[in-house]
Design a protein around this ligand. Structure first.
Ligand SMILES: C[S@@+](CC[C@H](N)C(=O)[O-])C[C@H]1O[C@@H](n2cnc3c(N)ncnc32)[C@H](O)[C@@H]1O
Length: 181
């Protein structure tokens, strides 16, 4: 792991900024190396911990990741962190992604999407990414066990679209949802 990520994990904990768990991190490492996606999207970035983590992995095969963040101060921190990480394959936008012209900003179809945002809006995020994904897009959704009771919009969407998914328990109290094909 690059040095900045170690420091960032520590400071995020001290400042109560939620970032991906170490278990999600290891899962991402395996998943990204398996599929080797080139065009990736993160929903959403906070201070870009997970974007930098994924950006580092994606560098190995020329992959890129686009990340949005609604909070301008967090976005600015993210830019600084990205600069310090020397990760040049991260494209950052300070937008409320629910209203951003996402189709113009992220040229699809996207190979991989990581969702780690406001849990109650996961169904809305699925509507947004529908415009830029394809049946081959791999979608990974974080925290689906811990926050199960906030995910009704996600489950309504999945049922409406008859989409298949897998829930993978990565920690005693949490895990991820994987949607692929
Ligand atoms: C759990 S944090 C993301 C953590 C990040 N994935 C990591 O591990 O480093 C969720 C972030 O989503 C942002 N957010 C929530 N709704 C958003 C929206 N509509 N557009 C852009 N960002 C949003 C919040 O401000 C917050 O910083």
């Amino acid at each position: 792991m690059i040095e900045i990520l170690k420091t960032l994990r520590k400071t995020c904990k001290e400042r109560n900024i939620p970032i991906i768990s170490l278990a999600t991190e290891s899962f991402l490492w395996k998943l990204l190396r398996k599929h080797k996606p080139k065009i990736c999207l993160e929903i959403w970035g906070a201070v870009w911990y997970s974007s930098i983590y994924m950006g580092e992995i994606l560098n190995a095969w020329g992959g890129k990741i686009t990340s949005f963040e609604i909070s301008y101060p967090a976005y600015q921190e993210g830019l600084q962190n990205t600069k310090e990480s020397h990760c040049y394959n991260i494209i950052s936008y300070p937008y409320d992604a629910n209203y951003a012209p996402i189709k113009k900003l992220v040229k699809g179809p996207i190979d991989f999407i990581f969702i780690d945002g406001q849990k109650s809006q996961y169904g809305e995020y699925m509507e947004i990414i529908e415009k830029i994904s394809s049946p081959d897009t791999v979608i990974l959704i974080d925290d689906v066990i811990k926050y199960h009771n906030k995910l009704s919009s996600l489950y309504e969407y999945l049922q409406k679209k008859q989409m298949k998914y897998q829930i993978l328990q990565l920690e005693p109290d949490d895990g991820v949802m994987l949607i692929h094909g």
